[in-house]
Design a protein around this ligand. Sequence first.
Ligand SMILES: [Zn+2]
Length: 302
Amino acid sequence: MKNLSERIKEIREAIKDAEYIIIGAGAGLSTAAGLEYGGQRFIDNFSDYISKYQMTDMYTAGFYPFETLEEKWGYWSKHIYINDVGAEGTRLYEKLHELVKDKQYFVITTNVDNQFTKSGFPSNKVYATQGSYNYFQCSKACHDSLYKNTGIIKEMVDNIDEELKIPGDMVPYCPKCGEPLDTNLRKDSYFVEDVYWHKQKEAYQKFLNEAKNHKTVLLEFGVGFNTPAIIRFPFESMTEKMPEWTLVRFNLEYLQVAVKVNGNWKLVPFDLLGNYSLPNDFNKRYIPVSEDIETVVDELLK
Ligand SMILES: [Zn+2]
């Protein structure tokens, strides 16, 4: 791997030359922005819950099988509040906006915390594939409307009792079928993709089409292997196909690339990529960054 200052120079030049920028963001970006789901931030906010439920971090806590809806919302309202409803935009996301704002750009993200739109990105340039903390939907997806939950989430958090429950009369139910409402997150087959979600999906696909034969930089931040088929693998395969595209992958741990070897997919570490013949000299158009995102973004902004 080239040294960091050489890679920063390459990224800076690629962005300068680019007609289009595509940002792909996963959980690692919000972690880098300070919205960590584990560690001290989790302990500071959830010590009672850790004692009661033996939770280890907010990611796994999201799968906890609460026995009652009062308990479920006693946890979830707080989770949603600290990660979205009660959280402001962060400097790192604002800096990313600074970096791309004079270009034609589009964002695809699996993050559900609305950090992009809170930090200066217009919502019509953001496709949040996995939903939003800030909306409720019918848990049985009986209809495809979403319900903004800002007010009710605040009210729930203010009313969590010493057993970590909300009052029964605050539990939200679907106005159409009477089943419980749930957060609009893709976690089961009942995820609601509303009209706006479809509109943004189309806008993203249109943007990809427009960028096809133009100089384009894909900036991928903190995308791991929870849902690699949404951003990570398509970013690789699109860049392989388009000789004018450059992929910059920011990832503390996972800089591998999926390569097809004798009909089977294999994850190849960056340093071994040169041993494979990848389409259109992909190796030369892939810039890996394992260093701290904000440090590098600060350099790019200089
Ligand atoms: Zn319903």
